[in-house]
Write a protein that binds this ligand. Structure first.
Ligand code: HEC
Ligand code: HEC
Ligand code: HEC
Ligand code: HEC
Ligand code: HEC
Length: 217
């Protein structure tokens, strides 16, 4: 009796079966990749704000230091956004009839904060501290990129656990002298990040931990 299926059929069936079982796995892998990729985490997408605040004008053109508006980064867990009063220090005089600044004036006269939208946010179960990093020679640019060239702030790195741990395991080449932490353009002298980092690490006694309870309670 002739075989019901030709010999090749088995291979075809196996192929179909592998595809059927494989597709969800591929989809899942893709989804996990996306969830972890900058794209899936909203990076590279500037966040629209209630006031079109532009770091390029304030930092690059006007030369206002980061610490004038984000002084919290040096002395608390949060860098924070500046209060309206800080803006009005200049904008009561400068560009005081600009329509773009209307929400700032409203906030000032109504005594209610500007509802800035967060660009960077870790899940609640992760503990992070700015002062712990900034005072040990980790620069803003290392985690936030060239904010001074961004029309609207966007995320440039995915804040995954691996990303945090990569540096905690081997921080040396990422460290810079304390006075340079806010610089957007600093480069290690002679391009030797390892050498500069070693000196900084010793001077500031920077030894990040990798145990789970460093970042999770
Ligand atoms: C004149 C005040 C001012 C100065 C100077 C300034 N910023 Fe900002 N920054 C703001 C305001 C207001 C926001 C909130 C609106 C926004 O996201 O653009 C902000 C937002 C940010 C954010 C995103 C916050 C979030 O929601 O995650 C980062 C990162 C940041 N600034 C870094 C810097 C760095 C680095 C410097 C120095 C190179 C700097 N800023 C200088 C006012 C300032
Ligand atoms: C040290 C002074 C200073 C401070 C503080 C300051 N600004 Fe400005 N801002 C300026 C100057 C100067 C310009 C014009 C810059 C330019 O066009 O190059 C400007 C421009 C702007 C513009 C654009 C206005 C337009 O019509 O194009 C906005 C919006 C703005 N600032 C918002 C803010 C907000 C919000 C804050 C507070 C977080 C703030 N500024 C704090 C000096 C300041
Ligand atoms: C080691 C990485 C790292 C460094 C260095 C760093 N930041 Fe951040 N920044 C973060 C993370 C992570 C968040 C989100 C924190 C959260 O969700 O609790 C953040 C949030 C912010 C915010 C939003 C408000 C807030 O406090 O959560 C601002 C503004 C900011 N950073 C500015 C700065 C400035 C200015 C510097 C340098 C003086 C700096 N950061 C250095 C990682 C860093
Ligand atoms: C580029 C390097 C670098 C990156 C990226 C980095 N860290 Fe750190 N971290 C450090 C250094 C350096 C210290 C200081 C260690 C010390 O105090 O000796 C530190 C310290 C800490 C501390 C200790 C605070 C304390 O009070 O002891 C916490 C918590 C922490 N980091 C969390 C994080 C988290 C969460 C991320 C990712 C979102 C992150 N770090 C990304 C370098 C880094
Ligand atoms: C340097 C900081 C840091 C350390 C140390 C750390 N984590 Fe995390 N962890 C994070 C961050 C940041 C996230 C959030 C990642 C995200 O949003 O994708 C996270 C997320 C997680 C999650 C949620 C699931 C996931 O993978 O996103 C688990 C579970 C976790 N960590 C367990 C641990 C355990 C167990 C250890 C010790 C072996 C540890 N973590 C050490 C920073 C850290």
């Amino acid at each position: 009796m002739a075989p019901l299926f030709r010999p090749g059929t088995d291979a075809v069936l196996r192929g179909i079966l592998a595809l059927a079982l494989g597709t969800p796995a591929v989809a899942l892998a893709g989804w996990m990749w996306l969830a972890r990729s900058p794209l899936g985490r909203g990076s590279f997408a500037p966040v629209e704000q209630p006031v079109p605040f532009d770091h390029r004008h304030h930092v690059a053109d006007e030369g206002i230091p980061c610490g004038y508006c984000h002084e919290g980064a040096w002395r608390s867990p949060r860098a924070g956004v500046p209060p309206t009063q800080r803006c009005m220090g200049c904008h009561a005089q400068v560009w005081n009839d600009s329509p773009k600044l209307e929400p700032v004036r409203e906030s000032w006269f109504a005594d209610t904060p500007i509802p800035w939208r967060r660009v960077h946010a870790l899940p609640d179960y992760v503990w992070f501290s700015h002062q712990a990093h900034v005072n040990k020679g980790v620069g803003c640019v290392t985690c936030h990129g060239r904010v001074d060239t961004m029309p609207a702030v966007e995320r440039v790195v995915p804040f995954t656990m691996e990303w945090c741990l990569d540096c905690h395991r081997a921080p040396t080449p990422h460290l810079r002298p304390f006075r340079e932490v806010a610089s957007m353009t600093w480069r290690p002298p002679g391009g030797d990040a390892e050498r500069t980092g070693r000196a900084v690490r010793a001077a500031l006694n920077a030894n990040p931990r990798t145990s789970c309870n460093t970042c999770h309670f």
